[in-house]
Design a protein around this ligand. Sequence first.
Ligand code: KIV
Ligand code: ZN
Length: 389
Amino acid sequence: MKNVKIFDTTLRDGQQSSGANLSLAEKVKIAKMLDKLNVDIIEAGFPISSKKEFESVKKISKILKNAKVCSLARHNKRDIDLCIEAMKSSKNKRLHLFIATSNLHMKYKLNLKPKEIIELVESMVKYSRNKIDDIEWSCEDGTRSDPNFIIKCFEIAAKYGARTLNIADTVGYSTPLEMDILVKKVLKNTKGIEKCNLSVHCHNDLGMGTSNTLQSIKAGANQAECTINGIGERAGNAPLEEVVMALKTRKDFFNCKTRINSKLLKESSAIVSKLTNLYISKNKPIVGENAFAHETGIHQHGVLIKRKTYEIMNPKDVGQKESKINLGSQSGLKGVKFKLDYYKLNYKNLNLKEFVKFFKSKVENLKVVDKELLIKLFNDFKVKKNEKN
Ligand code: KIV
Ligand code: ZN
């Protein structure tokens, strides 16, 4: 089975989400949790962007027990020096260098010619290599770049010492088939790639962050860049919990494994959501409130007899105690019976079918039926029965 490295960028790209600003203490708390979750690499920040970012990377570099700390830099000496300085207390560290390679970005954002980009890659990777062993080199807007130009940049980066090469789908533009073609082309044609890890960094603008990441892994990439809950610039990044659980659940198809302790996914998601103030939708895969909830009669019946009929993962594997049987107007006898047992409500002397009919008529227009309402309806039904008798 292929080992896939999980590069977590919750604290860098994730924190770039609008409205998600994290304090130093909050970043440290998340870093400790990511370390426990067992991610391979934690991108702790972008030191040049602020004093707080610098201090966060510095602090996080000191406390990690398992994960490698990583720090982001553009292609200039000041950025690189600050990263090196921030991570100096760590023995397990990586420098992440990035520069845009698409014509659009080179012309309008950087005002540089392709030749000048190549010169910068050579000089800045060389410069960094004198200061740190582990260098990741990323082509920003890689998926809208000329693939031959990316390959040229990758070759230079590898030649001067980068050991991870990362294709960034910076604006979430690519599709799974295009990622497949690009990854295979890079693997086949880049001189020096055999000494390197190949990584992908897929944004989610068209909702394809997870599929693009997974297809790239299937095509041969061995590092996935992700964030908890998929937070990140605009629509975010590939969600770590989705990528990890897809690889685990479909190992028959991907034949890959990660080091992640998936039982900590729910807890990690809750911490990141709380500290970033970015709420998780109920139907969010893996960690949403409804990810293992069943409300309709047919599904409740199936799941109560054999969980696997309607669940492809065990909720315990992501840190959720159990599946949820929620009651509503579409629930049936099995679900209602289960819930009455669950709350220890004694229905032995009642006609359960009659109660279900009564129950359904009362909740017909309700969105949520909680424990209190079920108990109330159960008691109302008993009173009604007694009145009749
Ligand atoms: O989206 C992007 O291009 C990035 C780079 C820094 C890899 O976040
Ligand atoms: Zn990004």
